[in-house]
Design a protein around this ligand. Structure first.
Ligand SMILES: Nc1nc2c(ncn2[C@@H]2O[C@H](COP(=O)(O)OP(=O)(O)OP(=O)(O)O)[C@@H](O)[C@H]2O)c(=O)[nH]1
Ligand SMILES: [Mg+2]
Length: 859
């Protein structure tokens, strides 16, 4: 297949094209097409360029066509000898290896251009010398040794222009003697060489090349051919022999084995164009500089071409796409191989150009490619960064869940995450670049540190909160209960409780903290914070309780006042010393006030209780307040020797609380006194003994008459029962408490309905037992108030303080609805003292009788 392509290329190349037209214009486009079609561009350095120059119509085109199988236009012998080839033509040899490009030049000394028009000859000769490895110089045999030979000016021109090439390539000059005579070549050649040397000597040379021999610039070869017109057969034969010399012409020892400074085939056309341009502008032709220029242009072109190939490379585009979505495994390897492929392509194409230029352009191309692909590398690193942080987060969680210490977990997880990141970075770099990823590594390290810090903060907060909560639970209720039972030792008990609970929580805190490896200073700080927190719990509780001091005092008062020494509810029989009991109860309430007045962490003895007792209990607040205020120890907002922040109730507040307390407990005492009086009255209802004796003596006859008559006896008995029942129903004693007249009015108003009720009840009592049972089960709310148990004035001695507090809360709507039908209905047995007091308040309108006036003096 390759052979077929080569043959096709050779066939296409055999078609001659004009490189420079008769007007001296370079035909770049057609030449380019030729180079592509003939497959010359890809030959690298493996190609040779052969030119032919010589007099016009000397059979140059004929010789080339026979020698290389080309199709240059030849003159038609039958039409006369005129110029055929104009400008410079180009074709590729058929069947000659390596690739050989042939240039057919316009003949010299032609009549068409005239004597003066030698400029094109010179220009085309210089051009042929600059670009060719082998120059065939066609000359007539009969011109050898002749002074006026046709080729002499041509040779002169060749040697002159050769001087204009700064560092000429060594060109092979193959003199082809046409129409050789019988004189053998051995004889002709020395003569010719002598002629050539003479011409060389006669050519003015620059100082640098004054003594340079001809052989330095030229490899002179001579051959002779018989006349094509007369001995065509021989001509053809010898041409075929000559053709052999062009095979492997560029190999060492070949026809062009000594050539120097070859331009790679891909740059040949450009180089030729540039050389022609310089020649046309009649500038000095600096071939080495030209070579560098050609290399620069061509290497640039190759590099651009390669860069373009990379940007549209499917493999690269896929990789670029993939890296947008996430990190790519083996990124560096994949990218490196893509870059390498394109760099190798460049190297392959630019290999024959000037090394310095090639390397410089390679470097430029590489940096361009690296600039193009580096964002993908950075993207891959940013994915790796995110991955490393995620790995750290998950790893840290798992490690902490497994019970490992925080600091150790952070250390280990950081190490593994960073090592994975490092590995990912190393996997992402390419050998063509020394990309530095230390900055992003630093960023990852910072990410990890920041996260570890935030987790540590939250864990420590969690730990602190847990310890605080535990401490709070351990302190709040016991402290509350200690305040409930406030007494002499309350504050010392609170302090020891606080110390004990704080101490108890520390081992757990220390154990949890040890995993953080924060150092003893941090632990001490945390312990100190916990202690402060514990103190604040106690202090807040104390403040809370102090804010409810009045309620506590009343509770304390009620407990002491309403219970005896055995904590049994008191029954006010009249024998009790209400004054003493009330004083005792108030004293207990005052002690409570003293305990809750200030916070006593150090439990230092103070005079607060004494001051309160002497000022409030022993003296009278009202009288004291009216006396000179300067002597009142409670007329102040601070306690002596107590820090203001430890003051819960100021002396002035104590005073006002006491006032309120007194007024609110007053009723309970009055109630007790009333109960005593009622008790005494119920025991003293019978008339005095003398009255009984008088009644028996004076009414003896009537009594006897009643006793003797059973009917009277029965009626008397029934009447007694009726009056007794009415008295009970109407609660006569209570009705007359408000005075005689209101009592009579009230009893008379209620007498009839009560009597009716009573009769109804007697009637229903006659019903069968079953029916009776049903009717006697009304809902609690409808029960007649007369059947309710009497209101308890006192609470059970076993009631706790919390129960007491609960009872101080307003009754539920249900309970209210139960008791609402009648205002006179007694309070529920579970009602608190305060409720009892409130419910009985309306009755305070009752004026105390003479006997109760002593109780009021206590109040
Ligand atoms: N005497 C002689 N005539 C030849 C020889 N070879 C070719 N010719 C004839 O010379 C004439 C010119 O041939 P071309 O090959 O066109 O010569 P040329 O040198 O290319 O001519 P230009 O391109 O016009 O300079 C033709 O008529 C050929 O037949 C030869 O070896 N000897
Ligand atoms: Mg010709």
């Amino acid at each position: 297949m390759a052979e077929v392509d080569a043959a096709a290329a050779a066939a296409a190349g055999a078609q001659a094209v004009q490189l420079i037209d008769g007007e001296g214009e370079f035909a770049g486009e057609s030449a380019e097409r030729f180079m592509t079609a003939a497959g010359v561009a890809g030959c690298g350095l493996s190609y040779a360029v052969v030119s032919i120059m010589g007099p016009q119509s000397s059979g140059k085109s004929t010789l080339l066509n026979l020698l290389f199988g080309t199709n240059f236009r030849e003159m038609d012998a039958f039409r006369g000898r005129s110029q055929t080839t104009k400008g410079i033509w180009m074709a590729r040899c058929v069947g000659v290896e390596p690739c050989t490009v042939v240039m057919d030049l316009e003949g010299t000394d032609g009549r068409e251009r005239g004597e003066d028009d030698t400029a094109f000859e010179k220009q085309s000769s210089l051009f042929a010398l600059a670009i060719s490895d082998i120059v065939l110089i066609n000359m007539w045999c009969h011109d050898i040794g002749r002074e006026q030979a046709a080729n002499k000016p041509l040779l002169k021109t060749v040697f002159q222009v050769m001087m204009r090439l700064f560092s000429p390539r060594k060109t092979t000059l193959l003199f082809v003697i046409r129409d050789k005579t019988r004189t053998p070549l051995e004889h002709l050649e020395p003569v010719l060489r002598e002629d050539i040397q003479k011409i060389w000597n006669s050519v003015p040379k620059p100082e640098a090349h004054k003594d340079t021999p001809l052989s330095e610039f030229f490899n002179v070869q001579v051959t002779a051919l018989p006349s094509f017109e007369e001995k065509e057969e021989q001509f053809r034969e010898q041409v075929q022999q000559l053709r052999q010399r062009f095979a492997n012409s560029i190999a060492p020892g070949g026809l062009a084995g000594d050539r120097r400074g070859v331009v790679p085939a891909s740059g040949f056309l450009f180089s030729s164009q540039q050389i022609w341009k310089i020649i046309r502008e009649n500038k000095d032709l600096d071939l080495p500089a030209h070579k560098v220029m050609v290399a620069t242009v061509r290497c640039d072109e190759i590099a651009n071409e390669r860069f373009g190939c990379l940007t549209s490379d499917a493999e690269w585009l896929d990789l670029e796409n993939d890296v947008q979505a996430g990190s790519v495994l083996g990124f560096g390897k994949k990218l490196g191989s893509i870059v390498e492929v394109h760099m190798e392509e460049y190297d392959k194409e630019a290999v024959y150009f000037d090394e310095a230029v090639r390397k410089a352009k390679r470097q430029l191309l590489e940096s361009r490619i690296l600039n193009l692909v580096q964002p993908a590398f950075q993207k891959n690193l940013s994915h790796l960064r995110t991955k490393a942080l995620e790995k750290f987060k998950t790893g840290l969680n798992q490690s902490l869940e497994s019970g490992k210490g925080f600091a150790a977990s952070v250390r280990e997880t950081t190490e593994s995450s960073l090592s994975e990141f490092n590995q990912g970075c190393a996997d992402s770099v390419i050998k063509q670049a020394d990309w530095d990823y230390s900055k992003i590594l630093e960023k990852v390290r910072r990410d990890i540190e920041d996260h570890a810090l935030s987790v540590r903060e939250s864990k420590l907060t969690e730990l602190t909160n847990h310890a605080k909560e535990k401490l709070r639970k351990a302190l709040v209720e016991p402290v509350e209960s200690l305040f409930d039972a406030a007494g002499q030792t309350t504050w010392s008990s609170i302090e020891s409780l606080y110390k004990r609970e704080t101490q108890a929580i520390l081992p757990e805190v220390f154990k949890a903290l040890s995993g953080f490896e924060m150092g003893s200073e941090f632990s001490e700080e945390m312990v100190s914070k916990l202690r402060d927190y514990g103190q604040s719990i106690v202090e807040n509780k104390a403040k809370e309780e102090a804010s409810k001091i009045l309620m506590h005092m009343k509770e304390r008062f009620t407990v002491v006042f309403s219970h005896d020494k055995d904590s049994m509810p008191r029954t006010w029989t009249g024998k009790e010393d209400v004054r003493a009991i009330a004083k005792e109860a108030r004293s207990a309430a005052l002690k409570l006030l003293s305990v809750l007045a200030v916070i006593r962490w150090d439990d230092k003895p103070d005079r607060i209780e004494n001051i309160l007792i002497t000022t409030l209990l022993d003296g009278s607040v009202a009288s004291k307040s009216s006396s000179a205020s300067s002597g009142d120890p409670l007329a102040s907002t601070s306690w002596e020797e107590v820090h203001p922040k430890h003051t819960l109730i100021t002396p002035a507040q104590c005073k006002s609380v006491w006032k309120q307390f007194q007024s609110e407990t007053e009723f309970t005492i009055t109630q007790a006194v009333s109960t005593q009086q009622a008790h005494r009255r119920s025991n003293g209802r019978l008339p005095p003994p003398w009255a009984l004796v008088a009644m028996a003596v004076l009414g003896f006859d009537e009594i006897m008459m009643l006793l003797r008559n059973p009917i009277y006896m029965f009626l008397l008995f029934v009447g007694y029962l009726l009056v007794r029942a009415l008295a009970v129903q109407l609660d006569i004693g209570r009705e007359f408490q408000n005075g005689m007249v209101p009592g009579i009015l009230s009893v008379s108003a209620k007498l009839l309905p009560t009597l009716q009720n009573l009769l109804n009840k007697v009637a229903t009592d006659q019903q069968p037992p079953q029916q009776q049972g049903q009717q006697h089960r009304p809902p609690a709310a409808e029960a007649p108030e007369a059947q309710q148990p009497p209101p308890p004035l006192l609470l059970s001695p076993k009631s706790s303080m919390s129960e007491l507090r609960r009872l101080h809360t307003p009754p539920s709507p249900v309970r209210r609805s139960v008791s609402s039908p009648s205002h006179s209905s007694p309070p529920s047995p579970k009602a608190s003292p305060r409720k009892v007091a409130e419910e009985q308040k309306p009755r305070r309108a009752v004026e105390p009788d003479n006997e109760s006036s002593s109780a009021y003096s206590i109040v």
